[in-house]
Design a protein around this ligand. Sequence first.
Ligand code: MRU
Length: 329
Amino acid sequence: MRSIDWIDGALVIVDQTRLPGETVFLRLTSVEDVVGAIRRLAVRGAPAIGVAGAFGVALAARQHEGDAAAQAHAVHLLENARPTAVNLARQARRAAGRLPSFDAVLAEAMRIRDEEIASSTEMARRGADLVERLCGTGARLLTHCNTGGLATVVDGTALAVIFELYRRGALGGVIASETRPLLQGARLTTWELGRAGIPHRLAVDSAGPFLMARGEVDAVILGADRICANGDVVNKIGTYAHALGARAAGIPFICVAPESTVDTATASGADVEIEDRGAAEVVGTAAPAGTAAVNPAFDVTPAGLVTAVVTDTRTFSGRADGADRLAVG
Ligand code: MRU
């Protein structure tokens, strides 16, 4: 199942806000539809929103045919629907390079979609090879947020590595971290692991470092929304705490992301806009009404805490813009 695709003249996505209870497909036919779906996380995950942004530009080309100013405004809205994952602005701009022709933009968006599918296959193989080299057969892995087919097009990034290890008979166990406050791990990763028939356990985010300290985790493996020139990894809030836990426990911390997530134009994580999604998601029904909150949706893990970054073309440690490659890659 593709979580995002172009079907009969519309962008069709699985509405991730309805999972795991219901599998509902949405047909998006306007730029406003796409921007809204990205903002409310009906489509989410760095590669997936990049693909959505590219198809959104195709919708803009059709919707505003012959009106270059309106098309440019639509591209601006798409690029800025969410700020942190580099994929969105990058892929929307790439597709916009084919304007004003609807056919040319659509063809570019389809190329972007197909590249992400091919990337997942490569990352799965490279990542599984690395985990086997670092941890041996039967690794017990902890993952955070959702990095499966829902977050890409099919298969995923870090979760694709877990699927591949399972296919190889080399997976010792999976702990999915629930991912407060929107529960991408609890709602989506468990759903994808369950569909694949892979045994797994769910843990609250704050249990991760303790489970590592107790010797129940052989490696942490997760995705990224942006990998900066210096190798800093920007990813879902909670990632940094898992990285600190992994360092304290002396286990590998592996980030898996396509090259479309690597942003060598951004020097470090300090230069990345971290989306704050407001108080309501945090305060919910538990806190007294009116409680103030801070809600960063992402955090920055310094490159020095990252054992390896696996992309579709390379495996490296240290800087993303240098030749500082990991020998085991
Ligand atoms: O806010 P989200 O759910 O879009 O955040 C997603 C993540 O942080 C993922 O870990 C990241 O995009 C990698 S997805 C392959």
